[in-house]
Design a protein around this ligand. Structure first.
Ligand code: FAD
Ligand code: SF4
Ligand code: SF4
Length: 399
């Protein structure tokens, strides 16, 4: 690549806030189009050109092994563990492993800056992407902003700052676009710390979800769709509220997820060096997937601050997934007391550990496959990655 090629993008113009993005209604607001890197949007946008398979090979030096069930579901990896901080970070989404890795990398001088997401002063859930240069700035980005976030909107600033070593924290769609332009950023080393991500919403959608589901929407500080088949809301006063998935008003909530997220097949953040989530681990542990040597280096930095245990897998998800596909398609909403009961029963006999992770992936991929087939049939073939086609192919889907 010549230097002329490398600089071409600087002539491109970022789009104005609020203007229609190239991916139109499928745009997940990843932030790329807020910068001159929009120049590469055709090959970088996860919703215009789906390139997970190809980018997995270039990032991890080998393709995902589709014959291995764990790789088929969780992507290229060297290691998976369940872990938790011995001393959790108060107010983090889980125990704060993401913030801890980022702080360790900055403190050891491995990176000069960390792309992460704080919130605006006015709104605790309104994302404000930044390049953190101190541990305090990283800590101020702890906890999920459970809404679409333009993390890549700071990319121009990175190039202008002259930074050579960078850590980016982000979700799958952001990371696909980042990997596609990685070589144009002028960095010596890029580290990528990913989280899984599913069912994301616009800020307005988030408000509707909170108002439809929680007893006190204005005091929610964080929430999570948990392995016990309930949404756990944490409130400002420290109290917890648990609402069974099976009691969610699916007929109302059906339309709140962003079209991008109804078309997304990168739940497990395939292109990150390391992924930190929870869904493959027993509650309240976190789940770590080390994808390559860079990810291993990142985990090693904090291992002495973690308890860890092997991942487990128990139960049989498939009947529950098949039933769920039908219930979702019929938009069945159960009365709350039946839902509570079903939640308890499923929790007792249901899938645990990696099998819960597969339950969640199967259910979401089946729903998203149907969404793309019905709303963007012309995109179906190229947009759904091979691994997702295999996963969905295990189930009987309605037309
Ligand atoms: P913390 O130390 O609290 O740090 C959180 C980090 O997340 C911060 O660095 C911040 O920059 C970043 N962040 C916050 N909001 C966003 C955003 N909107 N986009 C990009 N980055 C953001 N895990 C699962 O196992 N299954 C799921 O279904 C799942 N869904 C998720 C959906 C979303 C929208 C997000 C952001 C995360 C999701 N996760 C999921 C990951 C999980 O909820 C935790 O974020 C993860 O386990 C890290 O917890 P922590 O305590 O280590 O993070
Ligand atoms: Fe641009 Fe990102 Fe939207 Fe695609 S998802 S159109 S790259 S802002
Ligand atoms: Fe992006 Fe997929 Fe998360 Fe939506 S669900 S924000 S498209 S990674």
């Amino acid at each position: 690549m010549t230097s002329i090629d490398t600089n071409k993008h600087k002539k491109a113009k970022a789009l104005k806030p609020g203007s229609v993005r190239p991916a139109k209604e499928l745009c997940s607001e990843c932030g790329l189009c807020d910068t001159y890197y929009i120049h590469y949007v055709k090959e970088a946008c996860a919703f215009i050109t789906q390139r997970i398979d190809e980018l997995e090979t270039s990032t991890h030096n080998r393709p995902r092994n589709l014959e291995d069930e764990n790789e088929l579901y969780f992507g290229v990896h060297q290691e998976m563990i369940a872990a938790r901080k011995q001393q959790p970070i108060e107010g983090a989404q889980w125990t704060g492993i993401v913030s801890t890795i980022a702080i360790a990398m900055l403190n050891r001088g491995l990176v000069e800056g960390v792309v992460c997401v704080q919130n605006t002063k006015e709104d605790r859930f309104q994302p404000m992407p930044i390049i953190a240069r101190t541990p305090e700035e990283i800590l101020a980005a702890k906890v999920n902003k459970p809404t679409l976030s333009p993390n890549l909107s700071v990319l121009e600033e990175i190039e202008k700052s002259g930074m050579k070593r960078l850590l980016v924290i982000g979700v799958g769609c952001q990371i696909q676009a980042l990997r596609a332009v990685e070589k144009k950023l002028g960095l010596e080393k890029l580290y990528v710390l990913g989280t899984p991500c599913v069912d994301n919403v616009t800020r307005a959608g988030l408000q509707k979800f909170l108002e439809t589901t929680s007893r006190s929407p204005e005091t929610v500080v964080s929430y999570e769709f948990m392995q016990d088949f309930r949404v756990h809301f944490k409130h400002e006063d420290g109290s917890e509220e648990k609402v069974p998935f099976f009691g969610l008003k699916t007929n109302v909530l059906k339309d709140i997820f962003a079209p991008s997220c109804m078309s997304c097949f990168d739940y497990v953040n395939s292109l990150a060096d390391i992924v930190v989530g929870y869904m493959g681990a027993p509650y309240p542990w976190q789940w770590i997937v080390v994808r390559n040597d860079t990810g291993k280096e990142m985990l090693e930095l904090v291992k002495d601050q973690l308890d860890n245990q092997p991942v487990i897998s128990e139960g049989n998800r498939k009947p529950a997934v098949q039933q769920g596909i039908k219930a979702y398609d019929d938009a069945v909403t159960l009365p709350m007391w039946v839902a509570q009961l079903m939640g308890v029963v499923i929790d007792k006999i249901g899938p645990k550990g990696l099998e819960y992770g597969r339950f969640s992936i199967d259910s979401h991929f089946a729903r998203n496959y149907l969404y793309v087939k019905r709303n963007h049939p012309e995109k179906l073939e190229a947009h759904v990655p091979e691994f997702a086609k295999r996963i969905v192919g295990q189930y009987k889907l309605p037309e």
